[in-house]
Design a protein around this ligand. Structure first.
Ligand code: CDP
Ligand code: MG
Length: 742
């Protein structure tokens, strides 16, 4: 027994140590400790605390609440509010008080700009008001409301279907890329991504089935929204009966007004409580760790209820933060109050999205880990604290090198102010900024940079050309892209064969537009069906293209483990593309089984999405006659013929500018005018692992799907190109001798 006792106390010591380690590891702190005699106190060491300045920031967030508002928020009132029916909730939204005024303004003006605080009911209510006011003429016309983000389109559509007490997908539906949840005859209200409405111009250039179009979240200034506004400006004079509503959070509104001949601006005054802003005293090197520590500081020191909203930059960061939070919370067990962690980001499967809207249980705190999707597009009730490291992931494109990257950059002042405002919706709130006050005033840009100024324009230019807009320079846009950016887009399209040397769109270019994917993928698919030395590989290529749309979430779990089991799924493969192909085909051969996915650590839901994408791409191939061509070619192919060279060649045709060559100093991209850039194969790539495990000589040429800048410039989704002359064979007008030299 004595031995047992010793064992127990050792066990206890060990557990305590584990707990300390967990907290320390996850918070990045030197000395966070947990101690206690009877019951535990949760103590943060001073060193580990993130220090914030106190700064009641009235000039940033004006105090607009009254005694009445405060009273409204007593516990009792809140409980009553919860019991209000859905219709009464609708009436409680700020826009409701302006319902009639808004409808009158819309009647009197073809274009109206509506500005209001996030959460005031613009997105969910305005389209319903239009329906109620008879704009759809008993189902003859539709009402469209665009959203920059897929998650917003789907979740808002679900909410509105609920409010209107109809089945989602019937009267109220949504349309996002690869997923159309509408019924042509019955849908009157359609939430859609701005990109989808843009595509509708191809089949219906006057948008004749719509009575009203609401361009929502216009302040986000996505590329698709900007181009939509330009196209709408063009058609509005011919379509006098079409109503256009542009809605925006409280930034940028006058710019929209002057773009549309001084259209009236309707301000919906919102209710907002004061938010105390806290800054860190010092810059924090690791904002993720600092955010996790801050969350626990809030959780252990601030009274309940009061949920926390944390702004992170993407899925990976959110997953890492969730892991740390769970580890620490688990280690602390019942020494701290319960918390629910609810992540939200663009690729989060829809069935998991609802968690952020679920009411937080009593005596528990909800911690929402969000990308900037929660900045304005989604409103989450009950948030009292905002933790904001002040970063955002942004696309950045350099026309001179043709390189496109997702970069983590500091947000604008307008963005961080919006984020802070999320804490003041239900009552006075607090915002913890993980950057200094100095940085706020001196380092942050005042406004975010519109996407049109920092992205590859090829796809949009191709779309405009296919719509007959040839004078690109004078096309109406809120911000004009630079001439080099436009020229680069034209050059890219010429290399792909979408334009001829006079800059006129070709038949191939029109086909590339038809595909619901980027023009380069369209070219890959087209090549696989039509090119003499690729023909017969269409099915495989379409599968790979579909898989490449979902690479972020195909394989389950921790990185090290994931790399191990990737090859376990399919045996040795020479490229990531072949890995994707074999994974899909193995799953297909097992009758798309769920248990196969489970056994092989592949995400079943992602695979279902891939299958759906693949079906849509295939239908498009069918429509364009490519499937028939492929069938014919298959007949003449040898049964055992190795398809891999055909697949590689098809991808070369679509991505000739995404090739890197091995030089004495490592891989360098084949830049045309600028020389190359040093790049490395990403460690998660099968190409990287194959080279390491088999000591194989690295391939001289690598084709990659994208570049990611982290510690250095990495190529992701790589495919070795075994023969140099394939480049010249597939894209002769680009690889003309001197171009491929270092
Ligand atoms: O567009 P805006 O930011 O002005 O507001 P909204 O998105 O129409 O949201 C109005 C209200 O609907 C919010 O206060 C949310 O509480 C609620 N809502 C919800 O409960 N679930 C959703 N999926 C969307 C909105
Ligand atoms: Mg909205």
């Amino acid at each position: 027994p004595a031995q047992n006792g010793e064992k127990e106390s050792r066990q206890k010591l060990w557990e305590d140590q584990q707990m300390k380690n967990a907290v320390r590891a996850a918070s990045g702190a030197e000395e966070i400790y947990v101690e206690g005699s009877q019951g535990y106190d949760f103590v943060f060491d001073d060193e580990a605390m993130i220090e914030f300045t106190e700064d009641s920031n009235e000039d940033v967030l004006p105090e607009e609440h009254s005694e009445y508002d405060n009273k409204l928020l007593t516990e009792l009132e809140r409980e009553n509010k919860r019991l209000l029916t859905i219709q009464e909730t609708r009436k409680s939204l700020p826009v409701y008080h302006f319902r009639q005024e808004l409808l009158t303004s819309i009647k009197e003006n073809q274009i109206l700009i509506v500005v209001g605080e996030t959460g005031s009911g613009k997105t969910t209510q305005l389209p319903q008001y239009l329906v109620e006011d008879g704009y759809t003429q008993r189902g003859r016309y539709q009402i469209a409301c665009t959203q920059p983000r897929r998650v917003a389109a789907t979740s808002v559509a679900a909410r509105v279907a609920d409010e209107m007490n109809v089945v989602l997908g019937k009267q109220v539906g949504y349309s996002i890329r690869f997923e159309d949840k509408t019924t042509p005859d019955t849908t009157i209200l359609k939430y859609m991504t701005d990109g989808m409405l843009l595509r509708e111009f191809m089949t219906d250039p006057e948008l004749s089935k719509y009575a009203c179009i609401m361009i929502d979240e216009a302040h986000e200034r996505t590329l698709a929204t900007d181009v939509l506004l330009g196209l709408l400006k063009d058609i509005l004079p011919h379509r006098k009966d079409l109503k256009l509503i542009i809605s925006s959070a409280t930034m940028n509104a006058t710019k929209f007004s002057s773009f549309f001949y001084d259209a009236p601006i309707f301000n919906v005054p919102g209710r907002r409580f004061p938010v105390d802003i806290h800054y860190t005293l010092q810059p924090e090197a690791n904002y993720l760790n600092a955010a996790v520590t801050t969350i626990f500081q809030i959780h252990t020191t601030q009274a309940l209820p009061g949920d926390i909203l944390v702004f992170l930059t993407g899925q990976e960061e959110i997953e890492a933060a969730q892991q740390s939070l769970e580890d620490i919370a688990h280690a602390l067990g019942d020494k701290i109050k319960d918390m629910v962690i609810a992540p939200i980001y663009a690729n989060l499967p829809q069935e998991q999205q609802s968690k952020i809207f679920q009411k937080t249980p009593q005596d528990c705190r909800k911690i929402v880990l969000a990308t900037n999707i929660a900045e304005t597009s989604l409103t989450i009730d009950g948030i009292k604290y905002v933790v904001d490291p002040g970063f955002v992931k942004e696309n950045s494109y350099v026309p001179s090198t043709g390189m496109s990257q997702l970069l983590t950059v500091p947000c604008s002042r307008a963005s961080v102010d919006q984020r802070a405002g999320r804490a003041g919706r239900v009552g006075p709130g607090k915002c913890f900024r993980i950057f200094t006050k100095w940085s706020y005033f001196h380092e942050l840009e005042p406004l975010p940079k519109p996407e049109i100024l920092r992205t590859n324009l090829s796809q949009v230019v191709l779309l405009l050309l296919s719509l007959g807009v040839t004078d690109l320079i004078n096309f109406p846009l809120l911000d004009k892209p630079s001439i080099p950016a436009l020229s680069k887009a034209l050059e890219n399209l010429y290399i792909l064969g979408a334009l001829n040397s006079k800059g006129v769109i070709t038949r191939l270019g029109r086909m590339m537009c038809e595909f619901p994917c980027e023009p380069d993928f369209g070219k890959v698919i087209h090549t696989a069906a039509t090119h003499e030395s690729c023909k017969g590989a269409l099915e495989e290529v379409v599968t790979i293209v579909a898989m490449l749309h979902e690479t972020a979430s195909i394989f389950v779990h921790a990185r090290a483990e994931r790399d191990q089991n990737k090859t376990a799924v399919v045996g040795k493969v020479s490229s990531d593309h072949m890995l994707y192909l074999r994974t899909f085909n193995s799953w297909r051969d097992m009758d798309y089984s769920k248990s196969w996915c489970f056994d092989h650590k592949v995400q079943y839901k992602t695979m279902v999405r891939v299958r759906n994408i693949r079906d849509q791409l295939w239908r498009c191939c069918d429509k364009l006659g490519l499937a028939a061509l492929n069938e014919k070619a298959m007949k003449s192919l040898n049964v055992d013929e190795n398809l891999e060279p055909r697949i590689i060649k098809s991808f070369i045709a679509g991505f000739p500018t995404n090739v890197a060559r091995l030089s004495p100093t490592g891989y360098r991209t084949l830049g045309k005018s600028q020389g190359g850039v040093n790049v490395s194969i990403h460690p998660t790539s099968t190409v990287f692992q194959a080279a390491r495990q088999d000591m194989k000589k690295p391939s001289k040429l690598i084709l990659y799907q994208r570049l990611v800048l982290t510690s250095k410039e990495f190529m992701r989704d790589c495919m070795p190109v075994p023969r140099e002359d394939w480049l010249q064979e597939m894209v002769p007008h680009y690889f003309n001798g001197d171009n491929t030299q270092d």
